[in-house]
Design a protein around this ligand. Structure first.
Ligand code: CP
Length: 310
């Protein structure tokens, strides 16, 4: 892959190959030896703990050289465009960049055919606004694969602030492609019936006892500017109506898992005491993130023939 900006165009075979590779890395398969140095910079214009740090960890494990980039002190603050920032990195000799930005599809300006004639930097999307979050999606399906060994017929419920979630967009697409049965739940005001093409919207209590995966989404207050539902938001009420409390946890299938991309609003999407419960895969998801990001970076290294890899 020359870039990794979305899961939209990934084939089932490519998806399964990435899961296999990430699972190999997790099992201890050493990273391929690089014959030439590869430089990478992580440009995060939105806050991040997991994605930023696990990309840095994955880069280290692959033997890449990370060039530090501090978004808050960068010339983006002086009005420089993202394209010109990438042009700069490219001119300095940076081979790859991982970018998180608040604008949906920011990457189109960097990877279109015209830009491609001038920029020779590989782009990996660390999350674009409410668009896509491919690395979170890939680590999520790796985690599901580890638990169930397959996707066909698995029932997966995506619950919460779906309209504003890039995690939901990537996951609903790929889960459909892989043959899982997708359901949606949560507040109807944060659900768009355009998603009906990917799954069925149902009340959470109708889903709880029948699904294999309960994928909870963070309430994304930072994306609710101008949303009347933000002003009337009540955390306790949300938890009571849509959150996973002890009673709902007890109603789950014993083989089912809870997932959450993090960060968790404890006591809202999930009762605080359930974050590390036996059926919660939250910590495992974060661990898997390093290995899946290694697999994704390696795919781009090979796609661009960097480090002497073909
Ligand atoms: N899941 C996720 O993207 O977390 P961060 O915002 O901490 O990277």
């Amino acid at each position: 892959l020359p870039h990794f900006v979305s899961v939209e165009n990934l084939t089932v075979d490519q998806t399964l190959a990435l899961i296999k590779r990430a699972e190999e890395f997790k099992a201890g398969t050493p990273a391929p030896e690089l014959r030439e140095p590869v430089y990478v910079t992580n440009m995060f214009f939105e806050n991040s703990t997991r994605t930023h740090t696990s990309f840095a960890m994955a880069e280290k494990k692959l033997g890449l050289t990370e060039i530090p980039f501090d978004a808050s002190h960068s010339s983006i603050k002086k009005g420089e465009t993202l394209y010109d920032t990438c042009l700069t990195m490219d001119a300095l000799g940076v081979d790859l960049t991982v970018i998180r930005a608040s604008e949906n599809e920011y990457y189109q300006a960097l990877i279109n055919p015209q830009a491609d004639e001038h920029l020779s930097i590989g782009v990996i999307n660390g999350g674009d606004g409410s668009g896509q979050h491919p690395s979170q999606c890939m680590l999520d399906i790796m985690t599901i694969h580890e638990h169930f060994g397959h996707f066909t017929g698995l029932k997966v419920a995506i619950v919460g602030d779906i309209t504003n979630s890039r995690v939901a967009k990537s996951n609903m697409e790929i889960l459909n492609k892989l043959g899982a049965e997708v359901f949606f739940s949560g507040p109807e005001y944060w659900y768009d019936h355009a998603f009906d093409q990917y799954g069925t919207y149902l009340p959470v209590d109708e889903l709880i006892g029948q699904v294999d995966v309960l994928m909870l989404l963070r309430v994304q207050h930072e994306r609710h500017a101008g949303d009347a539902n933000e002003a009337s938001f009540n955390a306790a009420q949300y938890h009571q109506q849509f959150g996973i409390n002890q009673a709902r946890y007890q109603a789950m299938k014993k083989s089912a898992i809870i997932m959450h991309p993090g960060p968790i609003n404890r006591g809202i999407e999930l009762a605080s005491e359930l974050v590390e419960a036996p059926q919660s895969a939250f910590v495992e998801q974060m661990t898997n993130g390093v290995f899946m990001r290694m697999a994704m970076l390696e795919a781009v290294l090979r796609g661009r023939k960097l480090g002497g890899l073909a």
